[in-house]
Design a protein around this ligand. Structure first.
Ligand code: MTE
Ligand code: MO
Length: 383
């Protein structure tokens, strides 16, 4: 693989792997802005960053089990109504390092910042599919298409040098309310190379792995995509499954993200003076489920208090900004009095009353995905 043409990156990023490039911002930087600046947004790649030189010739072919296969050029996509959708994208591997610390897992290590909240601008996939003859709210095409597959132009070793790919159900793809985008903008700027220039999928509410960057083609297919990242990765297994007894076919590809929250104003271990401490961070759930509540404990989870929450809909520098905040994270904050060394804990509850699990051991899985266990930080009080 050729990594000689990688784009420049912000020096503050913590690099978890160089080739392919995987990096995240420090947690304190992550919560310094409700909309994550593009250069601080985590970068998750499985191969070199492709270069699309000629935008006029660039096109996405749409084919498969449909009536009117088509090639769409950027000008065709720019002609469709443009939507700005605020959505938090989270890698399924967020917080993997902490899971691996209890029992080793396989995969790139991540602290708590393998996610970001951006305003994505682009055409709705539902409108793109209408162009090829698939009406809104279709779950099966006449020729039996039930899934929509996104194929990239990048090359990765997991696909034996083939492109990264993933699929979502056709019912989601053709539902305008699901806000699935073919995005060409991020925070009001042209999408940059790291994040999928010139065109990527954004599927709000589900794990980042399905939001395929550097789109090459879209295919309407009968079964879900058979690619590596759908079938041999990003599946959730119970703690009993190991590399000797794993049966990949026994589980479905992970889609929705479970409820998550993380304290970002404190590191894992903090030396502080007795007194007031600000506990703040992010909370987000999948499937468009909002955050109902964030609980914070200063005694390791024996007693709890409710944190205040904060979300910001209008994005100042985008005129036709997002009208909805259902896909976007919530910031929480509470100020506490700390007199002695203790463990501070956060857990969020979503609007379906889903709660984060207490112990990472209970959700341990060999690929180290979906670590949504209560987030704990230690404070050591000195004087
Ligand atoms: N798309 C392509 N083509 N190649 C990739 O490696 N990584 C996926 C997804 N889309 C990936 C991809 C994963 S696992 C995640 S979490 C998100 O992109 C990361 O998006 P970002 O780098 O813009 O933050
Ligand atoms: Mo990911």
């Amino acid at each position: 693989s050729d990594y000689s043409n990688e784009p420049p990156r912000h020096p503050i990023l913590q690099i978890n792997a160089k080739e392919p490039f995987n990096a995240e911002p420090p947690r304190s930087a992550l919560i310094s802005s409700y909309v994550t600046p593009v250069d601080l947004f985590y970068k998750r790649n499985h191969g070199p960053i492709p270069i699309v030189h000629d935008l006029e010739r660039y096109c996405v072919s749409i084919s498969g089990l449909i009536e009117n296969p088509k090639k769409l050029f950027m000008k065709d996509i720019w002609m469709l109504p443009k939507y700005n959708v605020a959505a938090t994208l989270q890698c399924a591997g967020n917080r993997r390092t902490a899971m691996s610390n209890t029992r080793k897992v396989k995969g790139v290590g991540w602290d708590v910042s393998a996610l970001g909240n951006a305003v994505w601008g682009g055409a709705k996939l539902a409108d793109v599919l209408k162009l090829v003859g698939i009406p809104y709210l279709t779950s099966t095409t006449k020729s039996g298409g039930k899934h929509v597959e996104f194929v990239s132009v990048d090359k990765c070793k997991e696909e034996n040098g083939g492109p990264y790919k993933a699929s979502i159900p056709l019912s989601q793809a053709t539902n305008p309310e699901a806000d699935v985008l073919l995005a060409y903008e991020m925070n009001g700027e042209t999408l940059n190379r790291d994040h999928g220039y010139p065109l990527r999928t954004i599927v709000p509410g589900i794990i980042g792995a399905r939001s395929v960057k550097w789109l090459d083609s879209i295919s309407v297919i009968a079964e879900e995509c058979q690619g590596f990242f759908m079938q041999k990765d990003y599946k959730m297994f119970p703690p009993s499954v190991n590399w000797d007894n794993i049966d990949w076919s026994s589980r479905r590809p992970q889609m929705d993200f479970p409820v998550q929250s993380v304290i970002c104003s404190l590191e894992d271990v903090n030396a502080i003076k007795p007194g007031k401490v600000k506990v703040s961070g992010y909370a987000v759930s999948g499937g468009g489920r909002g955050i109902e509540r964030v609980d914070v404990s200063v005694d390791g989870g024996k007693t709890w208090m409710e944190a205040s929450r904060y979300q910001k809909t209008g994005i100042p520098y985008i005129a036709d900004g997002p009208s909805s905040d259902k896909w976007a994270w919530v910031f929480f904050e509470v100020t506490i009095d700390v007199t002695q060394s203790t463990e501070i804990v956060a857990k969020a509850v979503d609007i379906a009353s889903n709660v984060q699990p207490e112990k990472v051991e209970d959700i341990w899985n060999l690929r180290g995905i979906l670590n949504t266990s209560w987030h704990r930080v230690q404070v050591r009080v000195g004087r």
